[in-house]
Design a binder for this molecule. Structure first.
Ligand code: SF4
Length: 111
């Protein structure tokens, strides 16, 4: 593997290495987009899918729908796809007023 030459490429490589499971639902960028670990120092800088909804692209944990960080990986990917900006039937997520990033996280891809 070639070493990344930019900060963004290095973060993308780290996130892909951290979370990508080729056997799980979603491509690597969808899986990184759906990362629930809002307390990770890279979370706000992780790459997200081009078609991700605004509440993912904001990189703001307060914008995530209620219960997002505790969703099972496959459910998170399905919800990400259902609310993709390319999906005309997308649903608007419920916004949470709760404080996020309190350390309660679930590793995506973990059963
Ligand atoms: S926990 Fe999430 S944000 Fe942190 S390195 Fe892994 S994929 Fe990236």
């Amino acid at each position: 593997m070639n070493a990344p030459t930019t900060r963004g490429a290095a973060i993308a490589a780290k996130c892909k290495d951290c979370i990508h499971d080729p056997a799980a639902l979603g491509n690597w960028k969808e899986q990184v987009s759906a990362c629930p670990c809002t307390d990770c120092p890279l979370w706000r800088f992780r790459p997200v899918s081009r078609t991700a909804p605004a509440w993912i692209k904001s990189h703001d944990a307060d914008e995530l729908p209620d219960g997002w960080t505790s969703l099972h990986h496959d459910d998170a990917i399905r919800r990400l796809r259902a609310t993709s900006r390319d999906n005309p039937e997308r649903e608007a997520p419920a916004r949470s007023n709760s404080t996020r990033g309190t350390g309660a996280t679930q590793r995506v891809g973990t059963p």
